[in-house]
Ligand binder design. Structure first.
Ligand code: TXA
Ligand code: MG
Length: 330
C-alpha cells in the first residue's frame, strides 16, 4: 500500500499509520525508506533500514529523539553481524553463542559502511538478534539489518503493546506491525564488548548473574555522573509517565492515596485509585510500563512503586524505577 500524507495548517506532516499483522507488508514500507514499528520480546521497536540515512532521520524526527543517542542494529542471523561490525572480540563470540537470539545487545567496533547517524557518530555499534518470531520474519523479509530504538516518544515509557505505539507515534510513522503484548516488558541488556572485560551498560532480562556464568569478569558499568556516559542514551530523561513516581518499601497505611496508583509484589494497605499486584519480578517487569500509561490515562498524580531486591531481573527493574522516579528532577 502506498503511504498517504497531508499537510496541516502549521505545515507539520501527518502520516497515515497503517496497522498490519503482515511482516511482508511492514517490510514493504521499510524497503521504500519509511519507518515501521514492530514487536520484539523486550519492547516494540521502531525500525528503519540501517543503510538508509534518510530513513534513519525519520526515526529521530518521529520520536523527537536527541541526535546524540545511538541506535541498536537488529540482525536476523549471527552471520549478519559482519554487515555491521568490523570485529567480534572473543568475549562477544561467547555471549553470542549462549544468548543470541534474545534480549541482549552487544556493543562492538562498527563497520565503516554503517552511516554515522545510526551510531550518533560513535565508532561502536550495538547489535542484537531478537528472538520474537514476528521480528525475525520482518528482518528476513527486509533483507537488511534494521536500526530500531524503542517505539515511544522520546522520554516516555517504552511501548509493550501496539496500542501504546499508536498512542505515541500514530500519525508520525508509516506502519505498525501488530503483535501480542511483549513477553519481557523491559529493554534489552546492553553489554560493551570493546574493552578487556564485558561491561553491562544497561541491565535487562539477560541478567548479570547469567552473563557472569559465561564470562566471570563481566562487570556493571560505574554510574559516575561526572564521567562521559558510556551509553549515551542513559543520560537522557527516560521511562517517565506524567505522574510522579515514588519508590516505596511497603505501602503505608493511612496515607491518602485516592489519586495515586500502586504497583508492587505485595498487596498495599492504602485505598489506591489503581492497583497492580504482581506475582513475581518477571510479571512486575512485564506490567510496569503499561501500568504507567494506564495511570496517565486515569489522570493519577502519583504512582507508588514497590522496591524489589537487586538480583536477577530485579536489577533491571530497579534501574528503570529509579530513572522514572528521577525523571521529574532533571
Ligand atoms: O530491547 C531493546 O533494546 C529495544 C528493542 C526495540 O530492541 N531497543 C531499545 O533501543 O531499547 P533504545 O534506542 O531505546 O535504547 C538503546 C540503548 C540506549 O541507551 C543507547 O544509548 C544504547 O542502547 N546504545 C546504543 N548503541 C550504543 C553504543 N554504540 N554504545 C553505547 N551504548 C549504545
Ligand atoms: Mg528507548
Amino acid at each position: 500500500m502506498k503511504q498517504r500524507t497531508r499537510k496541516t495548517q502549521n505545515d507539520t506532516q501527518i502520516t497515515e499509520t497503517l496497522l498490519t499483522k503482515s511482516p511482508a507488508e511492514a517490510a514493504g514500507f521499510i524497503k521504500r525508506g519509511e519507518v515501521a514499528a514492530f514487536p520484539t520480546e523486550t519492547v516494540y521497536g521502531l525500525g528503519a533500514d540501517l543503510f538508509n540515512a534518510a530513513a534513519i532521520e525519520k526515526i529521530f524526527a518521529a520520536k523527537g529523539r536527541p541526535q546524540d543517542n545511538p541506535l541498536i542494529a537488529h540482525i536476523s542471523s549471527n552471520e549478519e553481524i559482519w554487515r555491521v561490525a568490523r570485529e567480534v572480540p572473543p568475549t562477544a563470540s561467547r555471549l553470542i553463542e549462549v544468548f543470541f537470539p534474545g534480549p541482549l545487545t552487544l556493543v562492538l567496533p562498527k563497520d565503516a559502511d554503517v552511516p554515522p547517524i545510526a551510531t550518533a557518530g560513535l565508532d561502536t555499534i550495538g547489535v542484537r538478534r531478537p528472538r520474537h518470531p514476528l521480528a525475525q520474519e520482518l528482518l528476513r523479509a527486509c533483507r537488511t539489518p534494521l536500526v530500531a530504538p524503542s517505539a515511544n516518544l522520546s522520554g516516555r515509557p517504552s511501548p509493550t503493546t501496539w496500542q501504546a505505539v499508536q498512542s505515541d507515534l500514530g500519525g508520525r510513522i508509516a506502519c505498525i506491525l501488530q503483535g501480542e503484548p511483549t513477553e519481557i516488558g523491559l529493554e534489552s541488556t546492553v553489554v560493551d564488548c570493546t574493552g578487556e572485560q564485558p561491561l553491562v551498560l544497561r541491565a535487562g532480562a539477560v541478567t548479570l548473574e547469567q552473563l557472569q556464568a559465561v564470562i566471570p569478569e563481566t562487570r556493571l558499568a560505574g554510574h559516575d555522573p561526572a564521567a562521559a556516559p558510556k551509553s549515551p542514551g542513559l543520560k537522557h530523561r527516560h521511562y517517565a509517565p506524567q505522574a510522579r513516581i515514588r519508590l516505596i518499601d511497603r505501602a503505608a497505611p493511612g496515607v491518602n492515596t485516592n489519586n495515586s496508583g500502586y504497583i508492587g509484589l505485595n498487596q498495599p494497605e492504602g485505598s489506591y485509585k489503581l492497583v497492580r499486584v504482581c506475582g513475581d519480578t518477571a510479571e512486575y517487569a512485564r506490567e510496569l510500563f503499561e501500568f504507567f500509561r494506564e495511570c496517565d490515562r486515569a489522570g493519577v498524580a502519583e504512582i507508588h512503586c514497590q522496591r524489589v531486591g537487586e538480583e536477577g531481573l530485579g536489577l533491571a527493574l530497579m534501574d528503570r524505577l529509579r530513572r522514572a522516579s528521577q525523571a521529574g528532577e532533571r
